[in-house]
Each structure stands twice: as structure tokens, then as C-alpha cells.
Write a new protein. Structure first.
Length: 127
């Protein structure tokens, strides 16, 4: 699993590449600082190494992406909770189910939510 230093570098890189906003980057950096507690079990560390959580928001009319960003799996808890703040439909999703899928090594699309009112589709992948 990536160290806090590596995670911070990845967040800063995502901000510089405009994959996430500076405000989102600051929130992620803050979350890393506040979650410096005990390490995850070794089995989970191994399952997360080299894997990414990708979130894509598509315009349902044009099919073009409005948002497309990836987070290292080491930040998945933070990323999912952050995503739930921006996409109210995600607030009703059982995040523990996601964590179980991640522990089991699941890859590919794990969630798709459509918002016909705003004409958006949110897709979440584990890569």
C-alpha cells in the first residue's frame, strides 16, 4: 500500500492534471492527515496494491464525460465518502458492500447510477 507521502504526491498530481479540483485535493490531503491511525490488515494492503477506483460522470445526452478521475485504492474510503457528498444518490449506497467487493479482488464496473433530472450517469470502476 502507498505511504502517506506517496498518497499526497498522487493527490497533488491529480490536482495539477486537473483531474480533481484544488478544494477536493485539500479535502483528500486533510483526510490522509486525520487517518494516520492503525494500518489496514495485510490482506487488504495486498488487495489494494496497484489498483485504482475510477469515477466517471457522463452527460446522458452527448455521452461525453463531465468528470473522470481516479483515486489510488488506498484512498478508497475517503474517495467514496467524498463522492457521496457530490452525488446524493451515492449516500444511500452501502459502502461496506464496496469494501467487501474490494477485499475479494473485484474488478470492473461496480456501480452505475442515472440521474434523469440532471441528465447524468455516474459510473464507478475498480481497475
Amino acid at each position: 500500500m502507498a505511504t502517506s507521502k506517496e498518497e499526497r504526491a498522487q493527490i497533488l498530481k491529480m490536482v495539477s492534471e486537473e483531474k480533481i479540483s484544488a478544494e477536493e485535493g485539500a479535502r483528500l490531503l486533510s483526510a490522509i492527515a486525520s487517518h494516520g491511525g492503525p494500518e489496514r490488515p495485510a490482506r487488504m494492503n495486498e488487495a489494494l496494491r496497484g489498483r485504482w477506483l475510477r469515477v466517471r460522470v457522463l452527460d446522458m445526452v452527448t455521452g461525453k464525460p463531465k468528470v473522470n478521475f481516479s483515486l489510488p485504492m488506498g484512498l478508497v474510503n475517503v474517495g467514496l465518502r467524498l463522492g457521496a457528498q457530490f452525488v446524493p444518490e451515492l449516500a444511500d449506497i452501502d459502502l461496506d458492500e464496496f469494501m467487501s467487493a474490494i477485499d475479494e479482488g473485484t474488478r470492473g464496473k461496480i456501480l452505475e447510477v442515472e440521474d434523469p433530472e440532471d441528465g447524468e450517469r455516474v459510473e464507478i470502476f475498480i481497475e
